[in-house]
Design a protein around this ligand. Structure first.
Ligand SMILES: NC(=O)C1=CN([C@@H]2O[C@H](COP(=O)(O)OP(=O)(O)OC[C@H]3O[C@@H](n4cnc5c(N)ncnc54)[C@H](OP(=O)(O)O)[C@@H]3O)[C@@H](O)[C@H]2O)C=CC1
Ligand SMILES: O=C(O)CCC(=O)C(=O)O
Ligand SMILES: [Mg+2]
Length: 746
């Protein structure tokens, strides 16, 4: 990473569709930023890169990769950090194993993933792999709170070109089911620290042993900590009841979790559901499944993979018994009905922030095994945040589907910095081995700060949020309310101990700001949702100011209703140390898009979020480095993005239509034209006028070259670690466009 004074943008290289799109876009970025003296450096934080980074001793000198994530993490603490962060895979165990297999096949001698580690060596390997799964990147880089919104041009585009929204019927039987007792919400305890303390997490068992689960957590003065647990008994009873209810009332059953970010608790929550659903088969084959090392916390795919290794007759028996379990069970919602992939296949297929909005956008329906859309029970065991979806469903049943042509917008200011709240809790989450008391204890004084009675199998966790993060979040909320003129609502529930502590701080820190003329309120989630929706349908805008989980949920939920996708969001992380990280949209890495590219050479991924992010990144760099040309690049890029929207040059979904590469060509052409038309900087004008002319003159040729490659398979030489040369050839297929870009770079 650079230490020179030259202004530098760090561009992350990630996975799947975003990585492919970046491969096409980087030559454009470099061609436009070079004349302003801006350096663009890349940093590979893909899951493949992160795996290789864990095992340097297994690799040859040439194969070794630096620990880019750690480097980037350090950079976020520098005031001049300017990072463009693309969505990356937060891998499930199944994805991790697939990535390992691909890397091994490419000659990287990394160890197998020990699914059931026995020796110390296996345990050590597994611990290293554990660092690569789940949401391993974002918590390291997000050293700031979150500002996500739909820019006006994007909102106006959606109003003029509304996406499809299915009808909602008042007779819809779809609903959300969550626990009403025994979950994290109901037994939570919370406190604000009176001073900095080092604490440990321990379990004092009924039999009198003390098991230290986490030897030390350093807490700062004013930090809020929570201790909460989910009762296994209550969870299992809840699943039994809901599965029966879905069967008896004839609605489909679906489960929605966030096993990627909540990488310790939610796979367990997921696994219990699968085991209850297929209870008879799991009881009958308990010994066999144990011998095989089956772990359905990683989905039914794990079971099927293991069972497939059995001799035919035994395999048939297990499959028959699994199949027989469907008798007396509700129909399962499908993730891919064509391929027979159910909601239980893999936890990474049912990521709640994306899966629930998709259901609501579909009129409250999901796909059944017969490929038809049907009403569904959406099960989200943890009640804390599940209720917001029920509130939106209630609203849609009464008012009908939202209308993208007229609905207001709901930007979000999210508390995210310094691994805030639940999303930073995975290293402090434990499955309880034995009945007892779970304590958070001051290491110096032995004082028990928070205590919970827990039972075997319960999931116990500690969450934390730093005072400085809350202070910064309140400031960001006030700034956004001031700059946008919109009312801001803090979604905080006074009945929840943690949020009650947060409310006290919010009230205190609001006093640090001039809030005259601003409309800032605090409401519980359900009321905040209702209030916001009442405004939304009247075309009124409302900022949601939320904790980390609702940040995640709402920044997919509202964009998907308003814009059809969260890919079009502007997503900024003003880093607390002064730098900026610019995320590209609020969604993920769209794995399905890669499949289409590989099969038909069409990439439907929309890079709009990336265009928006780059403009803010350039603007920030212009201000901080005093680089006037960067500011002009930012302004003209925004103009180009606006023109792209006006002229409908976004990628289209079907093969044979304009795709991501075509959309990027138009962006480049409009950007060059905007630079050629501006007169503030004559040097830039002169530099880009020839490119503008060349691209305009060759528009037909370039678009034809880009379309010509579509309709046949594309070889990128891998999934998790695609071949760089092959990917370049696929993603940069227009000779004419490539030559035009090369000519301005000199
Ligand atoms: N910031 C980050 O790093 C994030 C990472 N993730 C990770 O991404 C992976 C996949 O997550 P998943 O929940 O499936 O969510 P995705 O957002 O990847 O996919 C959901 C759907 O959203 C649509 N979509 C998303 N982005 C775009 C885009 N730029 N252009 C067009 N359509 C888009 C696609 O729908 P359609 O069918 O219409 O094409 C896609 O199938 C997981 O590993 C997850 O952890 C998820 C969220 C954020
Ligand atoms: O880090 C992840 O796994 C997902 C992040 C995410 O969904 C978000 O920030 O909206
Ligand atoms: Mg999200």
């Amino acid at each position: 990473m650079s230490t020179t004074q030259q202004p530098t943008i760090i561009y992350t290289l990630t996975d799947e569709a975003p990585a492919l799109a970046t491969c096409a876009f980087l030559p454009v970025v470099r061609a436009f930023t070079a004349p302003a003296g801006i350096r663009v450096e890349t940093s590979d934080i893909s899951v493949a890169g992160r795996i290789l980074g864990q095992f340097p001793e297994c690799l040859t000198e040439a194969q070794r990769v630096p620990d880019n994530l750690a480097e980037l993490g350090k950079l976020t603490l520098q005031p001049d950090a300017n990072i463009i962060k693309l969505p990356n895979i937060s891998a499930s165990v199944a994805q991790l194993m697939a990535a390992i297999k691909e890397l091994q096949g490419k000659g990287y001698k990394i160890p197998d993933y020990p699914e059931n580690p026995k020796t110390d060596e296996e345990k050590a390997v597994r611990a290293r792999y554990a660092k690569c799964i789940g949401s391993a990147v974002n918590p390291v880089l997000r050293e700031g709170n979150s500002d996500r919104r739909a820019p006006l041009a994007v909102k106006n585009y959606a109003r003029k070109n509304p996406h499809s929204m299915a009808e909602w019927s008042q007779a819809s039987r779809s609903h959300v089911s969550h626990m009403h007792a025994g979950d994290f919400y109901h037994g939570e305890k919370s406190m604000t620290l009176d001073k900095a303390r080092d604490v440990k997490m321990e379990l004092v068992t009924k039999s009198g042993n003390t098991i230290v689960l986490k030897p030390k957590v350093a807490l700062k003065d004013g930090e809020i900590i929570d201790s909460m647990f989910m009762s296994k008994k209550a969870l299992l009873a809840f699943y039994e009841k809901e599965i029966d209810d879905a069967y008896n009332t004839g609605v489909m059953f679906s489960l929605h979790v966030k096993a990627t970010m909540m990488k310790v608790s939610h796979p367990i929550v997921f696994g219990h559901c699968v085991k209850i659903f297929y209870k008879k088969a799991f009881e009958k084959h308990a010994k066999l499944f144990e011998d095989l090392g089956v772990n359905v916390n990683n989905g039914m795919v794990n079971l099927y993979d293991k069972v497939n290794t059995l001799p035919q007759s035994q395999r048939d028996e297990v499959l028959r018994d699994l199949h027989a379990c469907h008798e007396g069970r509700p129909e399962l919602a499908m993730v891919d009905s064509a391929k027979g992939i159910t909601n239980f296949h893999s936890p990474n297929d049912i990521i709640v922030d994306a899966s629930m909005p998709a259901m609501i956008r579909n009129g409250g329906k999901m796909w059944g095994a017969d490929g038809r859309l049907k009403d569904v029970k959406a099960v989200m065991p943890e009640s804390t945040f599940a209720r917001i979806y029920q509130e939106m469903i209630n609203f849609c049943k009464w008012h009908g589907a939202f209308d993208p042509k007229t609905m207001g917008t709901v930007p979000n200011v999210g508390l995210m910095a310094q691994q805030a709240e639940e999303y930073g809790s995975h290293d402090k989450t434990f499955e309880i081995a034995e009945d007892g008391v779970a304590n958070i204890v001051d290491l110096a004084t032995g004082e028990v700060l928070l205590s919970q009675n827990v039972e075997e199998g319960d999931i116990w966790r500690m969450c934390q949020v730093k005072d400085a993060a809350i202070r910064d979040w309140v400031k960001l909320a006030v700034t956004r309310a001031r700059n946008s003129g919109m009312p801001a609502v803090f979604w905080l529930d006074p009945y929840r101990p943690h949020e009650n502590e947060v409310i006290k701080k919010v009230k205190t820190y609001l006093k640090d700001h001039d809030t005259t003329g601003l409309d800032i309120q605090i409401m519980s989630q359900v009321r905040a949702m209702r209030y916001t929706l009442e405004r939304v349908i009247r075309g009124l805008d409302t900022i949601s100011v939320t904790g980390n989980i609702l940040r995640d949920y709402l920044t997919d939920l509202f964009p998907i209703m308003e814009l059809g996708t969260s890919a079009k969001m502007l997503s900024i992380v003003p880093l607390m140390a002064g730098g900026g990280m610019y995320e590209t949209g609020a969604g993920g890495s769209a794995p399905k898009h890669v499949q289409q590219l590989v099969e038909e050479n069409h990439l439907r991924w929309d890079s709009l979020g990336e265009f928006l992010a780059l403009a803010v990144s350039l603007e920030d760099l212009g201000i901080k480095a005093g680089n006037a040309q960067a500011k002009i690049l930012a302004k003209t890029l925004d103009l180009a993005t606006g023109k792209l929207l006006d002229n409908n040059k976004n990628p289209l979904p079907k093969t044979g239509q304009l795709d991501n590469r075509g959309s990027q060509f138009y962006l480049a052409m409009y950007w060059a034209q905007a630079l050629a038309e501006q007169t503030e900087d004559k040097v830039l004008q002169a530099h880009f006028a020839p490119l503008a002319a060349t691209l305009a003159a060759n528009e037909q040729t370039i678009v034809a070259e880009l379309l010509a490659v579509q309709g046949q398979p594309a070889d990128i030489g891998g999934y998790y670690l695609p071949d760089a040369e092959k990917t370049r050839a696929v993603m940069q297929p227009s000779k004419t466009f490539n030559a035009a870009l090369a000519s301005v770079r000199g």
